[in-house]
Design a protein around this ligand. Structure first.
Ligand code: NDP
Length: 247
């Protein structure tokens, strides 16, 4: 049930599916008005917005490929037009293409840089210019930055860069009462993680942490909700690894 006491607006990128959809649902139930960004999955995004509104929340869908700076600008314009401003940015949109460096092709390198790094840059730049005072920014990294597993090189490099942007932007927000943090999940049961993996590999990776299970999108949404909500206000410039203890 949405709380009428919270009139803050949260923009969640890549919110049509997976972790982003769980984050949008959770923030809406915490009382945030939610902008549900997507790039391709329009029907899923519309369904999610409907579910949020049926539960008494407020949601707006916004199509934008985060790698397109102009589209990101228009998305912030739309959010401001509809709700007067943005208070929370969750940079969740991301893609993962795995291969050993010897076999990595230029197209997959360029696309991961475009979505994961340039996409995060595009939204951070708009947030730096426009986020309301008291705002929160939460960037999605990955625990692979710490685990450094084979085949994850390019993907992990894009997320290491996101962690660096997080730390530097924290300082650039001085005086505005805006916190900037990253969450670095371990394996989470979504298309991004499950696609292309055998059941045996999924089971093995699930047991990398001592809780011996995959994370759920809701596990990560809970961590985002903490950083976005009243209890997370003193956490700033950190990367929180949400992975059941894998590293
Ligand atoms: P999914 O593949 O399940 O969902 C990805 C979401 O991102 C979709 O909503 C998709 O929307 C959106 N998206 C993809 N490309 C773009 C784009 N160019 N512009 C806007 N939206 C885009 O991924 P997850 O939910 O698993 O991952 C979410 C984040 O969490 C990612 O940043 C990922 O790197 C990170 N992460 C995930 C882990 C995991 O094990 N799942 C572990 C660690 C980190 P659409 O379909 O509309 O294009």
């Amino acid at each position: 049930m949405a709380s009428s006491e919270n009139s803050k607006v949260a923009l969640v990128t890549g919110a049509s599916r997976g972790i982003g959809a769980a984050v949008a649902r959770r923030l809406a139930s915490d009382g945030f008005t939610v902008v549900v960004n997507y790039s391709g999955s329009a029907a899923a995004a519309e369904d999610l917005a409907r579910v949020i509104e049926q539960a008494g929340g407020r949601a707006l869908t916004a199509k934008a490929d985060v790698s397109d700076a102009e589209a990101v600008r228009r998305m912030f314009d739309a959010a401001e037009g509809a709700f007067g401003g943005v208070d929370v940015l969750v940079n969740n949109a991301g893609i993962m293409m795995l291969s050993p460096l010897a076999e990595a092709d230029d197209a997959s390198f360029d696309r991961q840089i475009a979505v994961n790094l340039k996409g995060t840059f595009n939204t951070l730049r708009e947030a730096a210019r426009r986020l309301r005072g008291g705002g929160r920014i939460i960037n999605l990294s990955t625990s692979i930055v710490g685990l450094k597993l084979e085949t994850y090189g390019v993907y992990a490099a894009t997320k290491a860069a996101v962690e660096t942007l997080t730390a530097i932007m924290t300082k650039e927000m001085r005086g505005r009462n805006i916190t900037v943090n990253a969450i670095a999940p371990g394996p989470v049961a979504t298309d991004l993680f499950l696609n292309g993996k055998t059941e045996e590999l999924v089971t093995r990776m699930a047991k990398m942490n001592p809780l011996e299970r995959l994370g759920s999108p809701e596990d990560i949404a809970s961590a985002v909700a903490f950083l976005a909500g009243p209890d997370g206000g003193w956490i700033n410039g950190q990367t929180l690894r949400a992975n059941g203890g894998a590293i």
